[in-house]
Design a protein around this ligand. Structure first.
Ligand SMILES: O=C(O)CCC(=O)C(=O)O
Ligand SMILES: [Fe+2]
Length: 340
């Protein structure tokens, strides 16, 4: 007697695609809206900045927030810096932006860029602006110019320290609250090499035709990843935990004559441009009187952004029902690339 079997079920949707490792700049540019620059800083500066940030990181905190009914803690330490010389202006503005970075926790005015970070920032700004000049621009990108005619400048930075392979950051796209739509974020890696993971969010209109792919980009010491416009709208990024890591061996000692000590830490500095038309005093408040958060609608292809209540991240998980569609014109924002 023959055994009756069900015919094999038809595969659901488009075929799965395996993860892809993007190990050089041309692969990164081919598959993602990001670019990768290896050896971006002079080696001595990269090492000096690494030590500066390692020393500073002793005072950095793990971020905490409410998720549903419990407090969660980020599995890495973070810190926020403001650049005094340029951009968003007053101390109160800086302080509010810093407080937001720490999920609403009270904080003092953020520290200014240390000297080595300021030096590094000059190289980063040049690399980013050289690239932007040759890239397709999106209509909602910032259309103004800096004092030297540049399209992008870094006026704040956030730094992260990952100690060992367990420290990590889960898949997310960065809040656009002070960055506005289609931001450019330049992310400098120092120390131990870690994988940076990107995964596209496929809009519902395209779910029948293609699948999301996971990309792993190994970020070596002194590399710069530029998350160009549309990365935050189309992709989630993460630093996954890694069972094994290679220790970083600095090329220079911490102080003259001291022995060179290998390190299991990765320092990441994201240089960001907080837009003048998304300054703290232009951010709507929710019913809890807390600055709302700006999120892109990643599920659809049309450009759409929501302001939503963020009080729940701090307030015992209790937020309000506030949400509103962002309207650039009605909210008096710009100039954007579209009208520049
Ligand atoms: O460490 C990194 O490369 C990414 C950090 C990050 O995604 C963030 O701070 O938002
Ligand atoms: Fe991020």
């Amino acid at each position: 007697m023959s055994v009756l079997r069900q015919p094999p079920s038809a595969p659901q949707g488009p075929p799965k695609v395996p993860p892809l490792t993007l190990s050089n700049p041309s692969l990164v540019a081919q598959h993602t809206p990001c670019t990768l620059h290896l050896s971006i800083l002079p080696p001595e500066l990269a090492c000096r900045l690494f030590y500066t940030m390692i020393d500073a990181s002793a005072g950095w905190k793990k971020n905490k927030w409410w998720l549903f009914d419990r407090v969660v803690e980020s599995p890495h330490r973070t810190s926020f810096y403001a650049r005094r010389s340029n951009g968003v202006d007053t101390d109160e503005n800086w302080q509010e932006a810093a407080q937001f970075w720490y999920n609403g926790r009270q904080t003092e005015a953020p520290p200014v860029f240390p000297d080595a970070m300021e030096e590094a920032c000059q190289y980063v700004e040049k690399a980013v602006n050289d690239e932007i000049r040759n890239l397709k621009r999106y209509p909602l990108e910032w259309g103004g110019e800096g004092t030297e005619g540049q399209a992008w400048r870094a006026n704040v930075a956030a730094a992260n320290c990952y100690e060992g392979g367990k420290d990590s950051v889960g898949p997310h796209s960065d809040h656009l609250t002070y960055l506005g739509p289609y931001p450019t974020i330049a992310s400098l890696s120092l120390g131990t090499s870690r994988n940076f993971r990107l995964r596209e969010v496929i809009p519902s209109e395209e779910l029948d035709t293609r699948r999301a792919r996971t990309y792993n980009i190994p970020l070596t010491h002194n590399s710069l990843t530029v998350m160009h416009a549309s990365t935050q709208e189309r992709f989630k990024h993460s630093i996954p935990p890694q069972p094994t890591i290679d220790l970083y061996r600095p090329a220079y000692p911490h102080t003259l004559g001291a022995p060179i000590e290998p390190s299991n830490c990765r320092i990441n500095i994201t240089f960001r441009f907080y837009r003048p038309d998304f300054q703290p005093d232009m951010i709507p408040r929710c019913h809890c009187k807390v600055p709302a958060i700006l999120r892109p609608d990643m599920k659809h292809t049309a450009d759409k952004y929501w302001w939503v209540c963020y009080a729940g991240a701090q307030n015992d998980g209790k937020g309000c029902s506030f949400w509103s569609v962002m309207d650039m014109k009605a909210e008096g924002r710009g100039p954007c690339v579209a009208e520049a």
